[in-house]
Design a binder for this molecule. Structure first.
Ligand SMILES: [Zn+2]
Ligand SMILES: [Zn+2]
Length: 362
């Protein structure tokens, strides 16, 4: 079947809209008519040729999507044509040792690993195999994805908001609930208040944190942070000292959502003994963090996370329910909606950091 897709043919260059051929879903696969797809920092990294999972062009980016099931392959029973779904980033296999232990984000099933590396060949452009970002590739009218990645949502739920659950929201909220396990009354520091950072903030609100300090170099992002529940805001200079002025002894939990070298170590130094620090932002490659061992010795913990350590079939329905109840703000995360033809503008706006999230709508 022919579809329009934004295709990356050269690193660092704008994507081009092409008519590409997408195959029928194979066994255990689902073809989704994409209705909305958010633009994420990982897409930008891939465009710049800095993503380990995008090693061969041409390529279709986009991994934060929601849509309607158009057709299903052999053996698919979890969804049927017409169902509305969020396409989760990880379709865990359910059978490997990690899945058996309930650690679905660490699934090492062969299908899932192949998916992360671009998926089986399902899209071709002029006969050339076109890989898809973590086996999704949702900057296109259709995507063939694994059944295990599809999480059903209500038919009246707005696609442009629901798509955000798949990456930005679950990464931020999951870092709070699944990784740090923030407790009621905790003091929290969030460094970096972009699309994911705002979700760390609203995750901290959900967890019952009473002090939520938002730090960012951009003043307009701090305004947004307040709207999402930050109780204090600051422009980082000497983080441990600034934080100590607000919470004596340091915060219980710190989140580095910047990926900027140096931030992780200063966020860590701003925590109290016994505190946790979670690196949520994508890591600055080859730039080691300078952690003071004496601080670590005082029962502090330094943690990483992949997409909020999510169990998609548990977490995404929960987040959708919270959004429906008005306890999770999704529409406030969307700063603009653009059609697929304007994908490169969307990328530019995301790069400038001027927006929480740009969503491509179909
Ligand atoms: Zn993402
Ligand atoms: Zn698995």
């Amino acid at each position: 079947m022919l579809m329009r897709a934004a295709v990356l043919t050269e690193y660092g260059k704008p994507m081009e809209i092409h008519e590409a051929d997408i195959s029928d879903p194979g066994p255990g696969e689902v073809r989704v008519q994409v209705k909305a797809s958010g633009v994420c920092g990982s897409d930008l990294k891939a465009i710049d040729g800095k993503s380990p999972v995008v090693s061969r062009l041409p390529f279709i980016l986009g991994h934060e999507s929601a849509g309607i099931v158009e057709s299903v392959g052999a053996g698919v029973s979890a969804v049927k044509p017409g169902d509305h779904v969020v396409v989760s980033m990880s379709g865990p296999c359910g059978r490997c040792p990690a899945c058996g232990a309930g650690r679905f984000h660490l699934c090492s099933g062969p299908d899932r690993i192949a998916t992360i590396m671009g998926g089986p060949p399902r899209v071709h452009l002029d006969g050339v195999e076109t890989r898809r970002f973590i086996g999704i590739g949702s900057f296109a009218e259709y995507a063939v994805v694994r059944e295990a990645a599809c999480v059903k949502i209500a038919k009246d739920a707005p696609f442009d908001a629901m798509c955000l659950l798949a990456c930005g929201v679950i990464t931020g909220v999951g870092a709070v609930l699944n990784v740090a396990r923030v407790e009621h009354g905790a003091a929290v520091l969030v460094v970096g208040c972009g699309g994911v950072g705002l979700n760390v903030i609203q995750g901290a609100v959900l967890a019952g944190a009473t002090t939520i300090i938002a730090a960012d170099v951009a003043e307009q992002k701090l305004k947004l942070a307040e709207r999402f529940g930050a109780t204090h805001t600051l422009i980082p200079a000497d983080l441990p000292a600034q934080v100590a002025e607000i919470v004596r002894g340091g915060v219980d939990h710190a989140f580095d959502v910047t990926g900027v070298p140096g931030v992780l170590a200063s966020a860590f130094a701003a925590t109290a003994p016994g505190g946790t620090t979670v690196m949520v932002g994508s890591p600055p490659q080859g730039r080691p963090a300078q952690i003071e061992p004496g601080l670590l010795f005082a029962s502090r913990r330094l943690m990483g996370t992949q997409g909020g350590d999510s169990a998609p079939h548990r977490d995404l329905p929960m987040l959708a329910a919270l959004a429906q109840q008005g306890r999770l703000d999704l529409s406030g995360l969307i700063s603009e909606r653009l059609p697929l033809e304007r994908i490169n503008e969307a990328v530019e706006h995301t790069r400038q950091g001027a927006v929480a999230r740009t969503v491509i709508t179909f």
